[in-house]
Write a protein that binds this ligand. Structure first.
Ligand code: GLN
Length: 188
């Protein structure tokens, strides 16, 4: 669990409720023994700055390239993207175009029941969006996992890398955490 800043405590609670050992990662050497990494919501510009300062960019890229499951929620999704249309330190490992703060000031946050066909059991997922980004474009190797009613992409996956524009750690629904733990390795 990348714990530079943001909503990492909630992810750790969700993982522990599934009997998964979770640690707060702040230093490159802590990445060495991980089976996977979650990059939480927060402020992506801050992640970028701190990750550069702590020498985390290359080691996290290496983890992604080694096929370890990596999941970015909200700001974590921005941080994983290749293209966000502006200069900001990014990991750049996922072939998606992301637009930050895409839903405007008036709708700072909203909640919606999403259909995510990959989840089991299949039932609406209550998704909480907070100053959320959206995915404006995806490369050929990216699988779209969920869209809003107007077609906007809000969850996707490229092999071992998963991104969601919303915050699954803020609800009690652990299906996405289970998907991350069980499926990202299996059907790479
Ligand atoms: N607006 C934040 C950003 O651009 C993301 C918000 C969030 O993670 N909840 O980095």
């Amino acid at each position: 669990m990348l714990a530079l800043q943001g909503a990492f405590i909630e992810h750790i609670k969700a993982l522990r409720s599934l009997d998964v050992e979770a640690i707060e990662v702040r230093k490159p050497e802590q990445l060495r023994d991980l089976d996977g990494l979650i990059i939480p919501g927060g402020e992506s510009t801050t992640f970028g700055k701190l990750a550069v300062e702590y020498g985390l960019i290359e080691p996290i890229r290496a983890l992604c390239n080694a096929g370890k499951p990596v999941w970015g929620t909200c700001a974590g999704m921005i941080f994983l993207a290749k293209d966000i249309g502006r200069a900001q330190s990014l990991l750049g490992v996922m072939d998606i175009q992301v637009k930050r703060n895409a839903f405007g000031r008036q709708v700072d946050s909203f909640e919606i029941d999403l259909d995510i066909p990959a989840l089991e059991p299949r039932a609406p997922f209550h998704a909480i969006f907070i100053r959320a980004p959206l995915i404006a474009g995806v490369g050929n190797d990216v699988e779209v996992l969920a869209r809003l009613d107007d077609g906007t992409i809000v969850a996707a996956r490229q092999g071992n890398v998963l991104v969601t524009a919303f915050h699954p750690e803020l609800t009690n629904d652990s299906r996405l955490h289970k998907y991350f733990l069980e499926r990202l390795k299996k059907d790479k």
